[in-house]
Design a protein around this ligand. Structure first.
Ligand code: SF4
Length: 420
């Protein structure tokens, strides 16, 4: 008898589509050959004879089909009424699954299918709408269509050492406990996470397994919370760490523009050269912040560093983003480029500094001296657009980078410098 697939939703997240059309413009939508064929069978090549409907590019070792975009950036199927023409004119069955699912991302986990939510969607980032349980039935139908199956094993700890599902749950729980810690303000909770990662880098689970490992995680989480409540002693950052973080930051700033993806070889080579120069400028971290996309703020790194952090209550979207990724197991393993647990947790806990940098950019551009709640929200959206989706982070060099950034004192120092 077929087993019912368990769908695990983050109870703290809300969502309802606000029809802003962001998802019909910015993200690259990859579709299967079957989805492309369904669109063609519905007669779209004849309905839009002047338009290119799909293109193909190399992407993480595959050559998937992607929906084409018009020169104004909109998906070729977006109607003037801001609605999807596939859905409206030839039925939901011709609309590709990633479009129907957005902003939800199912993550196969050991205990069922967990649900991640993309926070580049403005509605998800702002936690607008109804509880996700309202959408559960629709999501379950889509999972059946995907033939989603749970995973057999959790991600490795470090390198190849495997954890049991209970041990992995103890790791995520140790961090979730810090995020929920009422006695700490949000900034202290984020710092506690950095401190816990720094401690975990020293743990050798091959020597401590099973119940002892689970107890150890609870104990270390408690220790990090106590340490975070004390006045922070921020270590000075080495030039090497600054350079590594600058390039990490840069990769979060560059989203793949669908129009460049479908442009000719020459345009793509030009983009690669521009990116190379911009990446070096981010690594230097002085002078004008390179303009990585049209409309990018024209401010200097010095102005960004001089901005004052936001009030505590404005940090909710950052804490919720981290909680979402922990809850969905979307920070390591196949859901995050195959990173091991330590590398994935480091990438996740660098997120507040990355989102904070983007928030500060907006603050500096507006000529204000303190980050506000809207800046934080926009910072989270910008940083989320690449988190777990940009193929750049799949490179071995990025795993090595994040490993180097997990050194004692480094994640918390970047949190102190750029945190929103
Ligand atoms: S980005 Fe989010 S709110 Fe906007 S149209 Fe897409 S799903 Fe709806």
């Amino acid at each position: 008898m077929a087993r019912t697939l368990q769908l695990l939703l983050p109870g703290f997240q809300r969502f309802d589509c606000q029809s802003c059309t962001y998802c019909c413009r910015s993200p690259i939508v990859m579709i299967t050959r079957a989805e492309r064929d369904r669109i063609l069978r519905a007669g779209w090549a004849e309905r839009l004879p002047e338009e290119r409907l799909f293109h193909r590019r190399r992407w993480l070792g595959h050559r998937p089909f992607m929906l084409a975009h018009r020169p104004d950036g909109a998906c070729v199927f977006l109607g003037e009424d801001k609605l999807c023409r596939l859905h409206a004119e030839t039925g939901l069955e011709t609309k590709p699954l990633p479009c129907r699912l957005f902003p939800f991302v199912p993550v196969p986990a050991c205990d069922g299918i967990r649900l991640d939510v993309r926070c580049d969607c403005p509605s998800a980032a702002a936690n607008k709408g109804r509880s996700l349980s309202v959408h559960a039935q629709d999501i379950a139908h889509m999972l059946a269509e995907m033939h989603a199956r749970p995973r057999l094993a959790p991600p490795a700890w470090r390198g190849v050492l495997g954890l049991s599902s209970r041990e992995f749950a103890a790791v995520t729980e140790a961090f979730v406990r810090l995020l929920r810690r009422g006695s700490l303000d949000p900034r202290m909770r984020l710092r506690a996470g950095c401190l816990l990662i720094e401690t975990l880098c020293e743990v050798r689970p091959s020597k401590v397994r099973g119940e002892r490992f689970i107890e150890l995680m609870a104990m270390l989480s408690e220790g990090a919370a106590t340490q975070a409540a004390e006045p922070p002693a921020v270590a000075p950052l080495s030039r090497r760490s600054e350079k590594l973080f600058g390039q990490w930051l840069f990769l979060h700033a560059v989203t793949d523009d669908p129009r460049v993806m479908q442009a000719g070889r020459l345009a793509r080579i030009g983009r690669s050269w521009r990116r190379y120069g911009q990446s070096r400028a981010f690594a230097r971290g002085v002078g004008l912040v390179p303009e990585v996309s049209p409309g990018w703020p024209r401010v200097t790194f010095e102005q960004v560093k001089a901005v004052q952090p936001a009030p505590d209550e404005a940090l909710e979207p950052i804490c919720r983003f981290i909680h979402l990724k922990l809850d969905a197991h979307a920070f390591a393993g196949p859901a995050y480029y195959g990173y091991d647990v330590i590398a994935g947790l480091t990438a996740l806990w660098l997120f507040p500094a990355v989102a904070g940098f983007f928030a500060r950019l907006r603050t500096a551009e507006a000529g204000r001296d303190t980050v506000n709640a809207d800046d934080v929200l926009q910072g989270v959206r910008t940083a989320s657009a690449t988190f777990g989706t940009s193929p750049d982070f799949a490179r071995l060099s990025e795993r090595m980078r994040v490993r180097a950034l997990a050194e004692p004192g480094v994640p918390s120092a970047f949190l102190a410098r750029f945190g929103a």
